[in-house]
Design a protein around this ligand. Structure first.
Ligand code: FAD
Length: 472
């Protein structure tokens, strides 16, 4: 398994085409806007070599006959799903942001299920073996630009990634994937369809893998609010950050051994469904970890303000913790209530996984509101820490900033609430793994409404109680 240092070394070996703010970035590892997100991924490697977390962060893989980082692992035991949520919570707390390997992890598991019994399965397993042996980072690439959402892919092909040529030795893909978490920090792109497709849309039904520096691949870094603060005194999160990129595919050739699904509509539906379940439960791990940090920063400010013991302050902190554990509890429950797929991979409970993610589209916003309440206005109005540290201003400003702990906790809160940290925290809570309506659609489709009506009819005295029969 890679160490954090080996991870950075491996990134330097890539010939990635990355654009940042209108300029070609020659060394992503050293770029102040890119590096914090790499640091967050590096934490996933670091904990795998640390006795405190090794048990959670690693697993045994039968595929390679040895230990693997959990982010490359298949959920071959029911416990793997639970450990995933637990390690996500740890990393969410250690980094305070998105550590970017979950889409890839959930993607390989969904693809294992979707390719099972199909021609591409052996090719996929062979590729995955290499990923596990090297401990690679995957950019799970599903979301297409989509253009006019009321139109199908065939009506606007440029808005969806698709196969534009099929050759004896592989395929050629064209298009883009957007909002790509950690793409510039990855070794491979795992291309998957972003939605269920219909007959006639076979060219869009493609799942394949390619190196991030394959010919024809270009990446453009997404902007985040206050991202110019990175590396400076007002960054908020001093070490870590998230990252999303637009990934452009300009007629990229993918050899057959890296094509796992091509034109198989049914398999793509399976893939999207399995991925949605895994990834919606994942939010019950990482986001509670991020919320731990937010609560900690709010708590710290109240201590520095001398109000920590006030009853309403204690009550608000308890409320924040209660909401956080509610999210975590449902993520764990979805993973505990699992079932074994025919492929051998364990699947989460779809209803609870969707409830988990749906909670995440709401609850963190309330926790942020409470943090803003407790922090006071300074989280939004404090001048730069560079002003505080300037010789001409330091003495006059010292009482304005208060302690170092207060000033830095306020900056952290600011970043998570609406600065650079809010992208991988809040906006990801809303749209990552699908916008709220996507979860409501699954809930409506999955729940057994007739069973509820049937029981209500019995208890209302309309029908006989066949379930319990005579009780005497
Ligand atoms: C921080 C972040 C990280 C992400 N990371 C990844 C990643 O690593 N990999 C990846 O593949 N994707 C990633 N995503 C993408 C994520 O899955 C999408 O944002 C999500 O699926 C919503 O798609 P969208 O952003 O295009 O919004 P839209 O689909 O445009 O949704 C916006 C609104 O329009 C509504 N809407 C959409 N279509 C219709 C329709 N046909 N009819 C009626 N209403 C409609 C939605 O319900 C929603 O309310 C990430 C997103 C974010 C914000």
């Amino acid at each position: 398994m890679r160490t954090a240092a080996q991870y950075f070394e491996s990134l330097r070996a890539r010939k990635l085409e990355l654009w940042v703010d209108g300029e070609r970035c020659e060394s992503p590892v050293d770029h102040p806007k890119v590096r914090p997100a790499m640091n967050a991924i590096a934490a996933t490697f670091a904990i795998a070599h640390d006795d405190r977390w090794r048990g959670l962060a690693t697993a045994h893989s039968d595929l390679i006959g040895g230990p693997v980082n959990r982010f490359c692992h298949l959920f071959v035991e029911a416990e793997d799903l639970v450990r995933k949520i637990e390690v996500q919570r740890v990393l969410g707390r250690l980094t305070g942001t998105c550590f970017q390997r979950c889409v890839g992890m959930d993607g390989i598991n969904a693809l294992f299920i979707a390719t099972h019994g199909r021609a591409g399965h052996a090719r996929f397993v062979e590729w995955l073996r290499g990923v596990q042996e090297r401990d690679d980072v995957l950019n799970g690439a599903m979301t297409d630009p989509k253009g006019d959402r009321s139109k199908r892919p065939g009506e606007q092909p440029d808005a969806y990634l698709r196969v534009v040529d099929r050759r004896p030795d592989g395929i050629v893909i064209r298009g883009a994937k957007v909002h790509q978490t950690g793409a510039a920090n990855s070794h491979h792109i795992l291309v998957m369809p972003g939605q269920a497709l219909r007959e006639g849309e076979e060219d869009f039904a493609v799942a394949c893998a390619l190196p991030v520096d394959a010919d024809g691949v270009r990446m453009v870094l997404g902007r985040q609010p206050s991202d110019d603060r990175r590396g400076g005194p007002d960054a908020g999160n001093a070490r870590f950050g998230g990252q999303e990129c637009v990934v452009l595919f300009d007629d990229v050739f993918v050899p057959t051994e890296r094509v796992f699904l091509d034109g198989d509509i049914e398999a793509c539906a399976l893939l999207v469904d399995a991925f949605a379940g895994f990834h919606r439960a994942s939010y019950g791990g990482c986001k509670p970890g991020n919320l731990d940090v937010l609560i900690g920063a709010a708590d710290l400010v109240t201590r520095e303000h001398g109000v920590r013991r006030a009853s309403h302050v204690r009550d608000k902190l308890v409320e924040m913790a209660h909401l956080t554990e509610t999210v975590h509890g449902v993520g764990l429950a979805a993973s505990e209530k699992s079932t074994r797929d025919a492929s051998g991979v364990w699947r989460v409970d779809p209803v609870l996984a969707n409830v988990c993610k749906h909670n995440v589209t709401r609850i963190p916003y309330e926790v942020v509101r409470l943090a803003e309440d407790l922090a006071g206005g300074a989280m939004a109005t404090l001048p730069s820490l560079a002003d505080r540290d300037h010789a001409e201003l330091a003495e006059a400003l010292a009482p304005i900033y208060g302690s170092e702990a207060r000033a830095k906790a306020l900056r952290l809160l600011e970043s998570m609430a609406y600065g650079a940290g809010s992208v991988p925290f809040r906006i990801e809570c809303m749209h990552g793994a699908g916008s709220p309506q996507a979860q409501r659609i699954v809930l409506e489709r999955t729940l057994d409404w007739d069973a509820k009506v049937a029981r209500a009819r019995v208890l209302a005295g309309l029908d006989a109680d066949d379930a319990l029969g005579e009780l005497e």
